[in-house]
Design a protein around this ligand. Structure first.
Ligand SMILES: NC(=O)c1ccc[n+]([C@@H]2O[C@H](COP(=O)([O-])OP(=O)(O)OC[C@H]3O[C@@H](n4cnc5c(N)ncnc54)[C@H](OP(=O)(O)O)[C@@H]3O)[C@@H](O)[C@H]2O)c1
Length: 290
């Protein structure tokens, strides 16, 4: 398949590129310097000559706290960008894969008793979440051959290659080298996911015609505090992790208390679930250059 990969130098994009190539696809990797998804004329000028079978949009505005102050910028990248891509893909009968987030869920004060499925109603209320939900809806409404894939808390090696913006694992390792004690939020439950594992799953999904909405994270769930403790245990670092509440941490944007995703729909389409989060984290730590 000929594939235009947008956001190719981001965390997910940079792991997706070699996976797609290894699967035999002819990939045009596009960094931000190569395409501006918020500019309709630019998108058409870049993509039309390529005539891709599939466009993958791994580009986004991901600064959750900053989005509280930069709603228009966030909405333009996360809402207008996907709309432009969806309309162009529909016009040419191209497939479109768009990546979204677990943050569309979990804002209600009463957590559900089970992970969120694709049939559950999104209840986004933070500004970042609203922009991502808007992008999902545009893709679903405007492009008939779409895959919309929600994932969570990505970490990948792009952070170390100098192309990504960093991730929670790297932040913990850095802070753990500087301090003996860290305070980490323990009242948000979700499933941070390795971009290497997500990329593998996405390559399997695009080999199907099973268009639609999917949840895709590593298996299991944890709080950020539990995740931090496992990072230090595996990295053999003696750091005490003290649980705190979201309110005590005091980030500008609210976060969902419970955004664990039920990924069984994806598992049934690609032949199994993504690996357990402990296993994913262990492989990530082993694969880091020392
Ligand atoms: N990171 C997470 O924890 C997380 C969690 C859930 C879902 N997701 C979703 O997963 C997807 C991939 O995330 P990621 O962490 O890989 O993102 P990332 O590392 O921030 O990469 C995004 C890429 O998109 C590019 N980009 C930004 N605005 C653009 C624009 N207007 N036109 C073209 N390119 C643009 C960025 O380039 P510049 O940096 O040069 O602007 C960057 O290379 C996104 O849809 C994101 O919302 C991420």
């Amino acid at each position: 398949m000929r594939i235009a990969l947008i956001g190719a130098s981001g965390q997910l994009g940079s792991d997706l590129l070699p996976c797609l190539q290894a699967a035999g696809h002819d990939v045009d990797p596009m960094r931000h310097a190569d395409i501006e998804i918020t500019d309709k004329d630019n998108v058409a000028a870049v993509l039309e000559p390529l005539r891709p079978d599939l466009v993958i949009n791994a580009a986004a505005y991901n600064l959750v706290d900053k989005a509280e102050d930069e709603l228009i910028t966030a909405m333009t990248v996360n809402g207008t960008g996907p709309l432009i891509l969806a309309e162009l893909c529909e016009a040419y009968n191209w497939r479109l894969m768009h990546i979204s987030t677990d943050y569309v869920f979990g804002w209600s004060p009463v957590p559900p008793s089970r992970p969120w499925t694709e049939l559950d109603r999104a209840d986004s209320s933070g500004r970042y979440a609203i922009t991502k939900r808007t992008g999902e809806q545009f893709v679903q409404e405007k492009c008939s051959q779409h895959f919309v894939v929600r994932t969570c808390g990505l970490y990948g090696l792009a952070a170390l290659r100098g192309t990504g913006k960093g991730n929670f694992v790297e932040t913990m390792l850095r802070l753990g080298r500087e301090r003996k004690q860290l305070r980490v939020v323990d009242d948000q439950r979700c499933t941070p996911t390795s971009t290497a594992d997500l990329a593998d799953a996405l390559v399997k999904l695009i080999a199907t015609d099973a268009f639609g909405l999917y949840h895709a994270t590593n298996s299991g769930s944890m709080t950020w505090c539990e995740f931090a403790r496992e990072i230090f245990r595996l990295a053999k670092m003696d750091v005490e992790v003290i649980p705190i509440t979201t309110a005590e941490f005091g980030a500008k944007a609210k976060r969902p208390a419970y955004s664990v995703l039920d990924c069984s729909k994806l598992a049934s389409v690609i032949g199994g679930p993504l690996p357990d989060w402990h296993d994913a984290l262990a492989r990530y730590l082993t694969s880091r250059p020392t």
